[in-house]
Design a binder for this molecule. Structure first.
Ligand SMILES: C[S@@+](CC[C@H](N)C(=O)[O-])C[C@H]1O[C@@H](n2cnc3c(N)ncnc32)[C@H](O)[C@@H]1O
Length: 204
């Protein structure tokens, strides 16, 4: 079963930043590692569903020409919009995935601390939509908590273990921390070598 909508309503009814994402070194380090793992220095159009209060949004903003960040909760969308005031290349919208999904194509999709709120079939549908939204050579980044939580259907390691089986994705990088697992995949409709950062600059 997907985590019920009421869980998120109740989290934001009691706090502006329910997971304290803007306060801890743990999260700042994880966001720094997430953007450090991005294979390209710049992305033309990125999508970040489940942005919460927009802390990762700010990190991504520095690497993207355009970034669409969304959340199902109106107050989270307002906080992210406030945090990114003046950054005209960031669009913040209220959107519940996977039912609502942007029609445009992206060269980066970032799923951070989101996929464990879905049952297996919804998670697979969301991942397939992410792959379909990626232009050829685009990147899918996932990063998720590894410890058991009542509202979570799986861990970051579980998510990472199943990603390679999805068609159209080739693994570029995986980082396993005791606390979270981070993956980077390239959208490659055909088999062949991934365009690693060194290959992209002609070093191999
Ligand atoms: C734990 S927070 C993660 C925030 C951010 N991605 C990060 O890594 O810092 C999860 C966020 O996902 C949002 N969310 C959960 N289910 C969602 C859905 N189906 N569609 C859009 N947002 C969702 C919640 O409202 C919450 O703000």
């Amino acid at each position: 079963m997907n985590t019920p909508a009421g869980y998120f309503d109740s989290q934001y009814a009691h706090a502006t930043d329910p997971w304290h994402l803007g306060e801890r070194w743990y999260d700042r380090r994880k966001y720094t590692l997430t953007v450090a793992a991005l294979p390209r220095s710049r992305y033309a159009r990125a999508f970040e569903p489940g942005c919460s209060v927009g802390v990762l949004t700010e990190f991504l903003a520095a690497r993207c020409d355009q970034l669409l960040s969304t959340d199902r909760i109106a107050s989270a969308v307002e906080t992210t919009a406030r945090r990114t005031t003046g950054m005209d290349h960031i669009t913040v919208r209220q959107m519940t995935v996977p039912e609502q999904w942007p029609t445009e194509s992206f060269d980066l999709v970032v799923l951070s601390e989101l996929l464990y709120y879905f049952d297996t079939s919804t998670r697979t549908a969301l991942l397939q939509q992410s792959v379909e939204s990626l232009s050829e050579g685009g990147h899918l980044v996932t990063v998720h908590w590894n410890h058991p939580v009542e509202e979570h259907t799986c861990t970051g390691r579980d998510i990472a273990d199943r990603l390679d089986a999805l068609s159209g994705l080739s693994g570029l990088a995986r980082y396993d921390d005791p606390d979270f697992t981070l993956t980077v995949h390239e959208h490659r409709p055909d088999p062949g070598p991934v365009l690693s950062p060194a290959r992209a600059e002609g070093l191999v």
